[in-house]
Write a protein that binds this ligand. Structure first.
Ligand code: SF4
Length: 458
């Protein structure tokens, strides 16, 4: 059973956050950059807004509760860090922007406009670029939707989570289901076809039947994109404590597996195509921003705790530097004011680490990894050479969980739900094939992984 949300898998890979497509053949056709130079020029931008009004009981994201208004300084710092990181990269085009959090719908729309203005002064943002903002469906969030659109946002991702008020209370959410429905309606009227809803399953006391009913209600009102997340217990959260103390319990694994499968069926019956473990779209309303992560593209992360992966200016190639920004907002703001950015950690990704990311992220998509896509990162060793002779991979192929053919490597419908159990074997195989070559290259004076200084001017 897939337990990892995108954010969790991304975190496991040391990410912090979270193209035109065609749906023929049951998958989204990849629109690939034709060479690695194209990969360096284009990136997506993630902007982290760290504040929330209160703590949801299950949440361990990087968020802070504050009553102080720090809008001015926050705006300046987000702009400054955006400028700095863009300047350090070779990026000339930002293909998508995602304002995540925290609760970015708490930000004043002028802050969103200011960040987008900074980007467009420095690099090209195509008119068609997807600009998403996460919204908490509270009256405040809803009242600002139109102004967010004026600021440049053209897609909303709404954190509905549940349509049961009792469950929303247990989750510590600051909205009710009526407000969620109103917000969805308002968002659709402003951005028709570009509204996504997040909904969570595996919640305390939830049954397969109640989940089915809830989902069918949601399907009556939602737009063309749904993200499904399984609730996972995170240490240090209120919910974790409640479960430890026996006040609440989560459904058993077989029940959550059934919930996932039932949601996949229902979404499919309603015209939604699954294009990733947790994501479903109809009329091709896929999230281009998230697709860029899963396709191993560059991304720049600004704001407290944001993560990025990009090639430094003049370095060439496809191997990126992984950057993590300082978590705590006040410390981050001081650092940005002093040196233009709040990068806390820089690591030059090695070739194997880059391929691991491309593999883990790519396998989450129903389209999997195309040979041409893999070759952009691994020109010398193809998917067939790496996985074609592996005994374990052969077992996955024969049991109908994986497909390796002239198109590339991907999970079957059944296999996608079991991806977590297959990834370790795929990663071992990858390492077994790549490491000896890297050792040979190293002895011959080739690439090595570099840990870079964190407190410097770049
Ligand atoms: S609104 Fe989102 S980031 Fe904030 S506490 Fe709730 S789940 Fe966490």
């Amino acid at each position: 059973m897939i337990r990892h949300t995108f954010r969790q898998v991304a975190r496991a890979l040391s990410h912090g956050q979270r193209c035109l497509s065609d749906t023929s053949g049951g998958g989204v056709i990849q629109s690939e950059p034709s060479c690695s130079a194209d990969l360096i020029k284009q990136a997506s931008l993630y902007v982290h807004w760290p504040y929330c009004l209160r703590r949801c009981s299950y949440c361990n994201f990087n968020k802070y509760i504050t009553r102080e208004n720090k809008d001015d300084i926050m705006t300046q710092c987000l702009q400054r860090e955006t400028e700095t990181l863009l300047r350090l990269s070779d990026v000339t085009c930002i293909s998508s922007v995602f304002f995540g959090g925290g609760t970015p719908s708490l930000a004043h729309p002028s802050i969103i406009a200011a960040v987008l203005d900074t980007v467009s002064k420095q690099v090209h943002i195509p008119q068609t670029a997807e600009i998403t903002l996460e919204v908490n469906p509270t009256p405040e969030g809803m009242s600002k939707l139109e102004d967010f659109c004026h600021a440049g946002v053209n897609r909303f991702s709404i954190g509905v989570q549940s349509l049961q008020n009792e469950d929303l209370k247990i989750l510590g959410r600051d909205h009710n289901w009526q407000q969620a429905l109103q917000t969805i309606k308002q968002a659709i009227s402003l951005c028709p076809g570009r509204v996504s809803v997040d909904v969570m399953f595996g919640r305390p006391k939830q049954t397969v039947e109640s989940w089915e009913n809830e989902l069918s209600e949601l399907l009556k009102v939602c737009d063309h994109h749904v993200s499904l997340y399984q609730l996972t217990l995170e240490r240090g959260t209120q919910l974790f404590k409640q479960v430890q103390q026996g006040e609440l319990s989560l459904p058993a694994d077989d029940v959550t597996s059934e919930m996932y499968q039932c949601a996949r069926r229902m979404l499919q019956q309603n015209g939604f195509l699954q294009y990733e473990v947790s994501n479903f779209a109809r009329h091709n309303a896929v999230s281009h921003h998230n697709l860029s992560y899963w396709r191993g593209r560059q991304y720049i992360g600004v704001g407290p705790g944001a993560h990025g992966r990009f090639v430094l200016q003049g370095e060439g190639g496809v191997t990126r530097e992984a950057r993590t920004q300082t978590l705590e907002p006040d410390v981050w703001m001081c650092e940005v004011q002093q040196r233009g950015h709040g990068t806390r950690r820089r690591i030059q990704l090695g070739h194997l680490e880059l391929l691991e990311e491309v593999l883990v992220m790519g396998m989450r998509m129903t389209e999997g990894i195309h040979h041409k896509h893999w070759e952009l990162f691994s020109p010398d060793l193809g998917l067939m050479e790496i996985f074609g002779t592996s005994t374990e991979v052969q077992e996955f192929l024969q049991s109908g969980k994986l497909i390796l053919d002239e198109r590339g490597l991907r999970c079957t419908f059944d296999g996608l739900a079991l991806l977590d159990s297959m990834l370790p074997a795929l990663l071992v195989e990858l390492e077994g094939q790549i490491s000896p070559r890297l050792k040979r290259d190293h002895h011959a004076g080739g690439e090595t992984k570099r840990r870079l200084p964190s407190q410097d001017d770049t």
